[in-house]
Each structure stands twice: as C-alpha cells, then as structure tokens.
Design a protein around this ligand. Sequence first.
Ligand code: GTP
Ligand code: MG
Ligand code: NA
Length: 442
Amino acid sequence: MGHVDTGKTKLLDCIRGTNVQEGEAGGITQQIGATYFPAENIRERTKELKADAKLNVPGLLVIDTPGHESFTNLRSRGSGLCDIAILVVDIMHGLEQQTIESLNLLKMRNTDFIVALNKVDRLYGWKTCRNAPITKAMKQQSKDVQIEFNMRLTQVITQFKEQGLNTELYYKNKEMGETFSIVPTSAISGEGIPDLLLLLIQWAQKTMVKRLTYSNEVQCTVLEVKVVEGHGTTIDVVLVNGVLHEGDQIVVCGLQGPIVTTIRALLTPHPMKELRVKGAYLHHKEIKAAQGIKITAQGLEHTIAGTSLYVVGPHDDLEHIKEVAMEDMKSVMSRIDKSGEGVYVQASTLGSLEALLEFLKSPAVNIPVSGISIGPVHKKDVMKASVMLEKKKEYGTILAFDVKVTPEARELADELGVKIFIADIIYHLFDQFKAYIDNLKE
Ligand code: GTP
Ligand code: MG
Ligand code: NA
C-alpha cells in the first residue's frame, strides 16, 4: 500500500522480473493485482543475505493496490485481504496523503506492516549495487550520500512519530512488534529487495504461525470480470481461506441478482506472474488458499467485481446464500442521488464504480449521479441517460470509466443528443465534463 507513484508496482516488477508498471494507463494502478511468490524464488533472491534461512511457508501471495486518491475503496479492500502489509514510502517525498490514509486503514484492522523506504537510488550520487542487501549497498556509498540518507530517514521517522508510530531501520530494530521496521529499497536497481523479502518471511513465520494455518471456511473475493478468448467470461478471485474444487457449486453477486453456477475450470497464472495481466494459465483440480485464481463457469457475465464468492456445501441453504451474496451491492446503490437528477455513470468493476462515485461526490468535483451501470455502454444505458435531457441538458451525459461503448449505443447517443465521455483515468472524466458544462454556459 502507499501513496500514488511511490513504486509499489515497480517493486513487484523488480522482484518478478516483469514490466507490468509500464503497461499501465497513465502509469497508475487502477485495479487490485495478485502475484504468487513461491518460497524457492524467495530463497534465490535472499541467499546473498542469508543462505540458510528457514522458509516454513510455501510462499507469499502479494497483492498490489492503487495509490491514487480515488481508490480508497480498493486500498480498503486490499488491506482487508492481507495478513501483513508493505507500506511503500518515497524517500524523496516522505509521508504523503495516501500514506497516512493507508496507515489509518492498517491501524484500524490492527495489521502488521513493514515500511519500504523506496527510491534510494535517487539520492544524489547513489552508486548502483544491483540487487544487493541494503547494508552492503550502503557501505559502497560516499559520505555525502550516507549523510543525505540519514537526514531523510530521520525526517521520515519523525513523520511516523507524528502519526503516533515508532519506526526504525530494520537492522537496528530491537523491539519488532512495537517498533515498525523500515527497509530502504530501490525498485529500479534492486538494492534492499533481499532484505524486504527475508524480513517479510521471517516476520510472517514468527508472528503468524497460528493465524496462517488455513481454515476450511471459504473466504474469497472477486477482483475482476474478464472475457478471455477460449474461456468466455471468467472471474479473477483472491482465495484467502479454504479450498476451491473444479465442479463446486458457487454463488456470486450479479447485476441482475445472485448468480448460481458451477466451477468449470480453476486457472492460475504461472508463479511470479501478475494475475491482472493476460498470460498463459495453469489448470488445477483444486486450489488451497492463499492464491489468486481465474475461475471459468457459465453465466458469469453479470458478476460484480469487488464482491464475495460463496461455495454451496451439501447442507447449505441456497436461498440464504443468495441473499448474503447480494448484500455487497446495497452500499453502492445508496450512493445514487435521491433527487433523481444527475449524470449516468458507468465503470468496469464495482470497485472502480465505487471509486468514481467517491470522486464525483468530493467537494471539489461535486457532480450528482442519477444512474449507474457496470460493464460496456449499451443502448439501454443511453436510453436511461437520455431521460435527463429534458430536466437538465448537461446531465444527459454518460461518464464511462474504463469501459467500451457499443457501436449501436454510440449511434443512439448521437441521435438523442446524449454525451458520452470515456476515459481510462478517473480525473480525465471530470476535465471533459467540466469543459462541456463551461461550453454550454457560454
Ligand atoms: P500507483 O499504483 O499508481 O499508486 O503507483 P505505484 O506506487 O505502483 O508506483 P509505480 O510503480 O507506478 O512507480 C511510479 C514511478 O516511479 C514510475 O515512473 C517508476 O519507474 C518510478 N519508480 C518506482 N520505484 C522507483 C525507484 O526505486 N527508483 C526510481 N528512481 N524510480 C522509481
Ligand atoms: Mg502501482
Ligand atoms: Na504509478
């Protein structure tokens, strides 16, 4: 977790040997991601630091969250999924707004975390020591670099103190648990990555042995709904607890009501690959938590991302599970303006829809919403939005975030005079809409 552009995705890229960050629209993360790091890879990456480290856990499932201010809901969801967090701070910027927001989420849930003090390579005169343990890299630096590092570190420690938290460089930290550890890192040249991984594993093994023994009750969140060639509509999920099997009967929250279906296939990306990025998949008969999984099944088209998945056991009451599955939808419906006047808002997932609604509601933006939908813009959405044209022309508008517009919908919109603004960055929608209103006023 952490403020926008502190290097969360880049750190994962550095560990995975991937290039996910450069493929992101505007270089910002707008979805939750998931990657499995097997213990073997962690051992390889940490052997220079400690060759005989005991690794009792099979690996780590790492979740990536957006830092942009609009995605508080996804940070909240991400922090709710994790056993331990990495709070990423840019050494050149110190604690920023969403660092503090993330801190508050972690405090609220009493979640342990490690601070990655990232971008140390940006210290003036930094000498690259690719993938080196941080103390080794630090010894290579000139006096000036060390002085600047210490000055910035002290500032960050003071800022944490102002938030009521004690922090210390991890190798000087004698009271882990009361004092949070700081690991200096670079996502570009890899210094400190061995330290970060080893500390994560050691801390997890030391403090969470009991909590980590997995329980049988399935706890599973839908991250994304995606059409994949050869598989139809699939859902990406994070399985936090329990086991999923091929053939399990499941219930998910759908736009038009609960969806009851059967798991056709359980797929995962290869280890060290990001679930949210298209790639080759491995098939499984069953999967034990924790894992990021792509599920294929019939009838998933209207699944709403961000909701929970339920497995129907032999003695379960299906009707009750269907009711429980639909509860997540209630909070977002309550965001719609009671006056009935406002723009029509459409997004790819419940998570991004919530983010967009949150953004539109903020005082600086303040655009009322009369209708919502998830998925591509169809003719029916244009029809619904067109109702506003008679009440307030500017509200006869669809703000479409990260979704496609069907050609038929586009044609109908032109005919009726409904404006459709599309963007893959939330605040660009506001800019377009504002320019449109200003234009109307003139
Ligand atoms: P959001 O997901 O949008 O919140 O951002 P993020 O925290 O995932 O940051 P991201 O990985 O997108 O990195 C932001 C920018 O900082 C990119 O241009 C990276 O190349 C750069 N960057 C990240 N880590 C480092 C680092 O350790 N050193 C330097 N010099 N640049 C970095
Ligand atoms: Mg990112
Ligand atoms: Na970014």
